[in-house]
Design a protein around this ligand. Structure first.
Ligand code: UDP
Length: 481
């Protein structure tokens, strides 16, 4: 554990190179990419900054690694800042996360003022984030808006399932969120009361060019997992059911283990004898992962047909190949903002047994790309596992449906397009609401329209120049670091 006192607060600017966006044409077609180029034309050289609290682990970091190079490939100055935090900070923000997802817990004044707000303040007093559009991801950096050091249009992007958020924590965050120029959720039902800013609904996406999402042939996928199988005495001839996620209470891995164990006892004689592989990791901003992993190991209890892995080596290739080879993928979270793992498994042509929760419902079309179940309905999970083990043909049809469903809805270009619309709207290139807008004109917009211009000290061009010059200072600073 690091020494909190000696820790230096310094936001990290993640360096990522632009990518040639034409490479995505083979996945989504020429027209879709040409449209993105057209939309981004007036945004060239404008700055789009992202702020979050971890480089690795979890879906947000996963997406930013792709969004930033893609937007840069379109000519936008897209940046990614990671705020640093003490152990105390991440312990309290994990509490926020859990409480926003409905878990009952208590937070002390000390945690709020010392561990959370002071950390944010110390972080942001070191760094200015000037941009034409800033997206602040998730609750960890949410209060950063009050630092006065983020310039430009700033939107809060909530990736978690807040449909049953604890009132206590929602009420605490509300005054901060209401300072933003907009809030983005994954599903409309995640929006809680009390917001008086524009609300948007945007679904996440996966990057088909990432190693994890390369659609290998079965032979190639088998050759990738072969060393892992050999090392762990996993019989490559046996079918396996797969689960991949962070070790986290809401991911509900215990229910899958329970269902698998029970299924083995009642497996019909004509069904093949399956294994269960569970792969998981921990985000750097998640202090509870280790404890959760121990709980999972205890639940497995030495069952020889269950293989669990933590922070697997060669993660992306192995995860992609396992998803490609699995008979079915199971993801029955009790709360889930979206669940990129579901999208990834579907893109590999593997049907998903998913819980009818949050963003999973947007992806799994029951009976077409997999099956939706209640998160703790062990009997139904068993029923669908057996179905996939016994019915190769249906499995394959649903797998193909899954690929096409992801292609049409959940690939990176579709996600970036939504952000481009936002940026165009806030920079007044478009004067109609972006397609992701879900509420009507708000109090904050009326106020801005009424008074905004008269109190604004810069013309728009002068403002852009100012942002550009602040940005240059920042880049020179971070080069030196
Ligand atoms: N992931 C991974 N290795 C693991 C566990 C998870 O690469 O051992 C990745 C997974 O493939 C996905 C992301 O981490 O891209 C998790 O995103 P998701 O939206 O499913 O859940 P979150 O962790 O953000 O709640």
């Amino acid at each position: 554990m690091f020494d909190d006192q000696s820790r230096r607060y310094k936001n990290q600017l993640v360096p990522l190179q632009p990518i040639d966006v034409d490479k995505y044409k083979k996945f989504v077609g020429d027209k879709a990419i040409e449209e993105l180029k057209w939309l981004s034309e007036p945004l060239k050289d404008k700055v789009w900054a992202n702020v979050n609290s971890t480089f690795i682990g979890g879906g947000v970091a996963e997406m930013l690694r792709s969004i930033v190079p893609f937007a840069k490939g379109l000519g936008i100055k897209c940046r990614w800042f990671v705020i640093e935090g003490t152990t105390e900070f991440f312990t309290v923000t994990k509490k926020f996360h859990n409480m926003l997802q409905g878990k009952k817990d208590r937070i002390s004044m000390e945690e709020i003022f010392h561990a959370y707000l002071e950390n944010i303040y110390n972080n942001l007093k070191q760094t200015k984030i000037p941009a034409h559009m800033v997206i602040v991801h998730d609750p960890q950096p949410a209060a950063a808006i009050m630092s006065g050091n983020i310039f430009g249009y700033v939107l809060w992007r909530c990736h978690i399932d807040t449909s049953e958020a604890s009132r206590r924590i929602w009420r605490f965050l509300l005054p901060y969120i209401n300072q933003y120029d907009g809030a983005i959720f994954t599903c409309p039902e995640f929006v809680k009361d009390g917001l008086h800013i524009p609300e948007y609904c945007i679904t996440p996406a996966i990057d088909p060019l990432k190693e994890k999402n390369r659609q290998y042939s079965r032979e190639k996928a088998m050759s990738i997992v072969s060393p892992l199988f050999k090392k762990n005495n996993i019989d490559p001839g046996r079918p396996f059911i797969l689960a991949v996620s962070r070790y986290d209470i809401h991911k509900n891995q215990q229910t899958i283990i329970k269902a698998f164990k029970q299924m083995k006892k009642q497996l019909p004689a004509d069904a093949p004898d399956p294994l269960f592989i569970i792969v998981g990791n921990m985000a750097t901003d998640d202090p509870e992962g280790e404890k959760m992993y121990q709980t999972i190991l205890a639940e497995i209890g030495g069952d020889k047909d269950i293989f669990s892995f933590l922070n697997i080596e060669d993660n992306d290739r192995i995860v992609g190949a396992l998803m490609n080879l699995a008979t079915c993928f199971v993801h029955v979270s009790t709360k889930e903002g979206f669940g990129l793992v579901v999208t990834e498994a579907m893109w590999q042509g593997t049907p998903v047994i998913g819980s009818s929760i949050g963003g999973i419902q947007k992806q799994v079309m029951s009976g077409t790309t997999g099956f939706l179940v209640e998160p703790t309905d062990v009997e139904k999970i068993i029923h669908h596992m057996v179905f996939f083990l016994k019915n190769k043909e249906e499995r394959s049809v649903m797998g193909n449906n899954s690929i096409e469903h992801v292609r049409s809805n959940f690939l990176l270009p579709a996600l970036v397009k939504q952000y481009l619309y936002l940026m165009r709207y806030y920079l007044e290139i478009d004067n109609k609401f972006p397609p992701s807008r879900i509420n009507d004109i708000t109090y904050s917009e009326i106020k801005k329209a009424a008074y905004g211009r008269s109190v604004w000290p810069f013309s728009r061009d002068a403002l852009h120049e100012k942002i550009e010059s602040l940005w240059e200072t920042l880049e020179t600073q971070s080069d030196k670091d």
